[in-house]
Design a binder for this molecule. Structure first.
Ligand code: SME
Length: 165
C-alpha cells in the first residue's frame, strides 16, 4: 500500500515509521505545558506540516456544540451540532470515523469544496468523556485507512493526556 505525504510516495512500513516519529514529536512539543490553546495549535502544526494534508485541526465541546479550535489550513465553519457532519457524528458515537469519499457521507459539512476524504478522531478527558475531536481533511479520495486511524487515535490520546489534564 502506498500513500502520499508531502508529494512523496511511502510504503506502509514508512508510514508506520513516520507516525511513530510524529507521535514522539507531538508529545515532546506539548508535554509540561499549561496552555491548551497553544498545545493544540502546535499539535495541529506539526501534524499538518509532517503529513501535508489539506486541513488539520480541532473542534472542542462547549455548551452542547462543537466549536472551532486551533487548526492549520483554509478557513472553517465555527459551530457543529451533535450528530451533524462527520465531526458531530464521531462525537455523538464516540468513535473514529474514516470517510473515503466525503460525497458519500450523508450530512457531510463541506467547509472547503476541495476536501475529498476525511478522518475524525475523538479526544477524551481523564474520565473518558469526549471533549473534542481531531479532524483531518485530504484533497484526495481514500487517503485514510486503518493504519492512519490507529496512529491518530494514539496521537489523540497523547494530546488529550497533556492538553486536558
Ligand atoms: N467536514 C467536517 C466539518 C469540518 S471541516 O472538515 C474543517 C464535518 O463534516 O463534520
Amino acid at each position: 500500500m502506498f500513500f502520499v505525504a508531502k508529494k512523496h510516495y511511502f510504503c506502509a512500513m514508512d508510514k508506520n515509521k513516520t507516525y511513530q516519529l510524529l507521535a514522539k514529536q507531538v508529545e515532546s512539543l506539548i508535554e509540561g505545558e499549561n496552555n491548551t490553546t497553544g498545545q493544540l495549535a502546535n499539535a495541529a502544526a506539526i501534524i499538518h506540516e509532517t503529513m501535508g494534508w489539506w486541513w488539520t485541526g480541532f473542534y472542542l465541546v462547549n455548551d452542547g456544540d462543537l466549536h472551532l479550535g486551533p487548526f492549520q489550513g483554509p478557513v472553517a465553519c465555527y459551530t457543529i451540532k451533535p450528530g451533524r457532519g462527520v465531526c458531530g457524528t464521531a462525537w455523538q458515537q464516540n468513535r473514529t470515523i474514516v470517510v473515503p469519499d466525503v460525497e458519500q457521507f450523508p450530512g457531510h459539512i463541506a467547509c472547503s469544496s476541495l476536501s475529498r476524504s476525511e478522518i475524525v478522531v475523538p479526544l477524551h478527558d481523564p474520565q473518558g468523556n469526549v471533549i473534542g475531536v481531531l479532524d483531518i481533511d485530504s484533497k484526495d479520495v481514500a487517503t485514510f485507512d486503518d493504519v492512519d486511524a490507529r496512529w491518530l487515535e494514539e496521537i489523540a490520546r497523547i494530546i488529550s493526556q497533556h492538553a486536558f489534564k
